[in-house]
Write a protein that binds this ligand. Structure first.
Ligand code: G3I
Ligand code: 9MR
Length: 595
């Protein structure tokens, strides 16, 4: 019999699982049952794999699997590693997903609700990965996806009691950062020194960028604003865990403090980034000791900073005793950055010739103005900011680092009962509904049951999938239409394995998950597995890293153009703005799915 490495892994996994079940005497299944199932799963290898959310489902979640378009018309759900059948159902009709070029059928097993570990079994196919149904199934994922931010802290020694085997020395104190000529002012000429410690590394690189910090930090604050009950007692085992702030807010504060230090106190402008001149080699943070610079003040940086500080100001207002003056300081910072942006409304980022790191350049600033204005309006209740938001001109889109107008609508919807009379409540509801409905339409037509379409496969596509979910969640929170929650669930399923690479893109989660992310600490630490809780960028056909990779991508097709190799920064990097919507969506699905 022919075994592909993949099948072999699966058979070995099954055999060890059955061994475990036998050792535990679990479920009353005889060892002959489990052996029979291991043998069954070794048959028929080449027909393709059953793809599903490898982490699992809440009892009341919609539950779907994508199955290769085989002749078989039925499927079973069995207790993991056994022949005990708990459900059988009909497969849907085969259809081709144009983003992946595959013909697939759907298996719907939403009616299986009893907690436990299961697999899908289809005659002639390898069994699906084991998945769990449990009432708290997304709690470990939620915790790890936040803890990932801790693992990406700049200016921090990670101690074994918090980081376990991923402990590391302090890197990048950033207490001696040079003003780059592009950022020079009278009071701070080129070459003068400022201190700008803390913050998170942006991604797999060791630089810090205000624009990307903006959407990432906001998404975490929104998770807290929308679902505080999930976070108020959560213990992430970080250095601040014993203080009286929720750990999510402590983690977010680590970056907010850095962001505050990126504002020029003399004029309110905000530096675009804090960076080396070139990307570091593949070394640990403490070994990356190149000179650091702050580079050019930009309008986008000032506006994203404004929006985040206005949001943070209202979140931290309830923690005045713990952080005296912090909320007011954040609001003042937001207002002075807003004033700078209005006095300098068209300063786009121009990469200086001696700086080679990420750009986050954006020539369209209308969405940044709208978002900043909306957050200032919500926090201050000053109607001037509502007009500046330009509600009738501001459309709604799936958010990304370069297009943040959707975030304004998210915040307006969240705070709709506390706005002044100028706010157009119907418009807010209409905008959110229109985006959700178009995503739902795409989902309905999709053979994979995802709202991801071929054109959505750009750099960081997984964050696109999750930000679609984030927007659908807003609609569900407004109008309770179950289909919007189900599509959001599908998007979470997508990144956790129901995708054309059958990979769970979150490190450490799922039977086949991302193993070699473009993340310098994960690569340089000498530990075989990656640091857990990070989501990879995901498939996209651009393959801009091709010349840096000695291995070829397995496919050029949009939804399959993913390479789980450290070299692949265009499909396999991690980034804070990709992890943040994972945090949001894991929290939302956990909190909102009916119990
Ligand atoms: O939006 C356009 C779309 O309209 C067009 O159809 C499509 C065709 O390729 O391109 C889309 O733009 C892409 C854009 O990402 C989408 O957000 C660009 O091609 C693509 O080059 C661009 O990639 C950015 C990448 O840096 C290269 O500049 C990513 O967004 C951005 O997330 C990434 O950010 C890097 C930082 O610079 C450095 N730190 C790591 C971080 C993550 O990789
Ligand atoms: O590591 C860098 C990654 O963080 C960026 O997203 C990416 C695109 O800007 O660039 C990576 O650095 C690569 C550089 O662009 C080209 N030479 C190889 C570098 C990766 O080792």
């Amino acid at each position: 019999m022919l075994f592909t490495p993949r099948t072999l892994t699966r058979v070995i996994a099954l055999i060890s699982l059955s061994g475990f079940l036998v050792a535990c005497g679990s479920g009353g299944n005889s060892s002959s049952d489990t052996n029979a199932s291991a043998a069954a799963s070794a048959v028929s290898i080449d027909a393709g794999l059953i793809k599903l959310n490898q982490v699992g489902f809440l009892p009341e979640s919609m539950k779907l699997a994508v199955v290769p378009d085989v002749a078989e018309t039925s499927f079973k759900v069995v207790k993991a590693g056994t022949t005990t059948e708990v459900f059988s159902g009909r497969l849907g009709m085969g259809a081709v997903w144009d983003a992946s070029g595959e013909s697939v059928k759907l298996a719907d097993f939403s009616s299986v609700k009893t907690p436990g570990d299961y697999q899908i079994r289809i005659e002639g196919l390898a069994d699906s990965p084991v998945f769990t149904i449990a009432a708290d199934v997304y709690q470990p994922l939620l915790a790890a996806s936040i803890k990932a931010f801790y693992f990406n802290r700049t200016s921090a020694e990670l101690l074994p009691e918090h980081a376990g085997k991923f402990a590391r020395p302090l890197g990048h104190p950033d207490t001696r950062v040079l003003i780059h000529p592009s950022a020079a002012s009278d009071a701070r000429p080129a070459g003068s020194v400022i201190s700008s410690p803390k913050g998170w590394y942006d991604a797999g690189d060791y630089n810090k960028y205000i624009v990307n910090s903006g959407i990432a930090t906001y998404s975490l604050l929104a998770a807290y604003e929308h679902f505080p009950e999930l976070f108020n007692t959560q213990n992430l085992v970080i250095p601040e865990s014993s203080n009286s702030l929720p750990d999510l807010l402590d983690e977010t504060l680590w970056n907010l403090e850095w962001m505050l230090s990126m504002q020029d106190p003399d004029d309110g402008g905000v530096y675009h980034k804090l960076t080396n001149k070139n990307f570091d080699g593949t070394v640990m943070p403490h070994q990356a000791t190149s000179e650091r610079y702050v580079v050019q003040k930009t309008t986008a940086a000032a506006l994203d900073f404004t929006a985040v500080m206005a949001t943070a100001s209202r979140v931290f207002a309830q923690y005045e005793n713990q952080l005296p003056g912090m909320s007011a300081k954040m609001l003042a910072a937001a207002e002075s950055a807003w004033a700078w942006a209005n006095a300098n409304p068209t300063v786009t980022y121009q990469q200086p010739s001696d700086v080679k790191t990420g750009e986050y350049g954006d020539n369209n600033l209308a969405d940044e103005f709208a978002w900043a204005a909306a957050e200032l309006y919500i926090t201050t209740k000053n109607d001037i900011f509502y007009s500046a938001f330009k509600p009738n001109e501001t459309q709604i889109t799936v958010p990304s680092w370069g297009d943040v107008r959707g975030l304004a609508w998210v915040s307006l919807a969240q705070h709709r009962n506390h706005l002044t009379s100028v706010a157009d409540q119907q418009l807010i509801a209409r905008r959110i509904e229109s985006l959700a409905s178009s995503l739902h339409t795409a989902w309905s037509a999709s053979p994979y049951k995802t709202s991801m379409q071929k054109g959505d496969f750009v750099w960081g596509s997984n964050s696109g999938a999750l930000n679609q979910a984030l927007m659908l969640v807003q609609a569900y929170r407004l109008n309770g239409k179950r289909e919007y929650l189900d599509v959001a669930q599908s998007q979470l399923d997508y990144v956790l394995g129901r995708n054309a690479t059958d990979t769970s893109f979150v490190t450490g989660f799922g039977e086949k998950s991302t193993l070699h992310p473009h993340h310098r600490p994960s690569e340089a630490d000498g530990i075989a597995e990656p640091i857990p809780g990070f989501i990879a960028g995901g498939p996209q056909p651009g393959q801009q890293d091709k010349s840096d990779c000695r291995v070829a991508y397995p496919s050029n097709v949009a939804a399959k153009s993913y390479l789980d190799n450290y070299c692949s920064y265009a499909s396999n990097e991690i980034a804070i703005n990709w992890n943040a919507p994972l945090v949001y969506v894991a929290a939302a699905v956990q909190a909102l799915t009916p119990k």
